[in-house]
Write a protein that binds this ligand. Structure first.
Ligand code: 8YV
Length: 309
């Protein structure tokens, strides 16, 4: 009997290959129409209705990661194709990175590193490179899901006042983490550090644009560990260049990577990492395990460990 054929945006990691154990045949993303039993998305390749119809034998779409904005989930549901993802295992790692970025932006860590290595650093001067306080300041979290709550937990450790905005109020955030719900505009105008942990949906595309940036304090920082398209990158570049915002730190951009000549890349008051939110050995291994389990379950016609459809 031939192996199940799995369309994957190659190359997947050696960990994923080991977990697959040679039990499936990986088919390149641009394969011609023919028998394909499953789709495995390792990066964020778009998976639309057209692709699903090109391969009518699909039994499952398994995503390495939690965000499925690159997959047309409604089209999959209409075709009764389960879509698996990997929630609950990357929240801590992603919240850790959000805090690394918040600290980097507020305390000018990357700018300081560049300066300390360069020829301009000829003598120490206590009046240079002053940043913005993190401990005791106010954090505003957009998106109080699993990752948002982990960010709030860390903010508690820094003695920060926690504001949040979400579609629904979260008892856990309010009672356990002491977070206070705030309307969008109030959060933007009040927070010293605004952190984005909300999913990309038609409602959140361009969620932070020129109008929102104008509401923020000129001393504030913006941290994005969600999806690049949640922020209008051109409006952000204008605000940062005009120092209408202290700094931004972006783990995600739209597109990824940004065009090499984009104005954001020329600014000192922006830190950019290449989508490292979940990028630890431990977390990426758990993501590999869960996504491969989802794949095998779907191929066997069994319920997935985690499914968004
Ligand atoms: C992954 C992510 O690294 O889970 C997500 O939604 O964005 C990241 O944790 C990514 O999906 C893998 O490509």
């Amino acid at each position: 009997m031939s192996l199940p054929r799995v369309l994957a945006d190659l190359p997947v990691s050696q960990t994923v290959l080991d977990l697959l154990g040679g039990l499936v045949e990986l088919v390149p993303w641009d394969a011609a129409p023919g028998r394909v039993d499953a789709v495995y998305t390792y990066g964020h390749p778009p998976v639309g209705a057209e692709l699903m119809d090109r391969f009518p034998d699909l039994k499952v779409i398994s995503n390495f990661g939690v965000g499925v904005d690159h997959i047309d989930v409604r089209a999959a549901a209409e075709r009764r194709i389960p879509v698996g993802n990997t929630p609950g295992i990357l929240d801590g790692a992603t919240a850790d990175l959000a805090f690394a970025l918040l600290l980097a932006a507020g305390r000018r860590v990357v700018e300081g590193d560049r300066y300390a290595r360069g020829p301009a650093f000829t003598h120490y001067d206590p009046s240079f490179m002053l940043g913005r306080e993190v401990h005791g300041s106010t954090i505003g979290i957009f998106g109080m899901g699993r990752i948002g709550r982990q960010v709030a937990k860390r903010a508690n450790g820094f003695g920060m006042k926690v504001l949040y905005h979400n579609r629904n109020r979260s008892d856990e955030a309010e009672i356990v983490l002491g977070a206070r719900y705030a309307p969008k505009d109030e959060l933007l105008a009040t927070a010293d550090h605004v952190v984005l942990t909300l999913p990309l949906t038609p409602d959140t595309r361009g969620f932070i644009g020129a109008a929102e940036l104008a509401l923020m304090k000129p001393t504030a920082t913006l941290v994005n560990v969600a999806r690049g398209a949640v922020v209008d990158k051109d409006a952000l570049a204008v605000a940062l260049a005009a120092r209408r915002l202290f700094a931004a730190a972006l783990d995600v951009t739209d597109p990824e990577p940004l065009p090499r000549d984009h104005p954001l890349l020329k600014l000192d008051n922006v830190v950019i990492t290449p989508h490292l939110g979940s990028a630890t050995e431990e977390t990426r291994r758990r993501m590999a395990e869960l996504s491969v389990q989802n794949l095998f379950a779907g191929l066997a016609g069994k319920p997935l460990m985690f499914s968004v459809t």
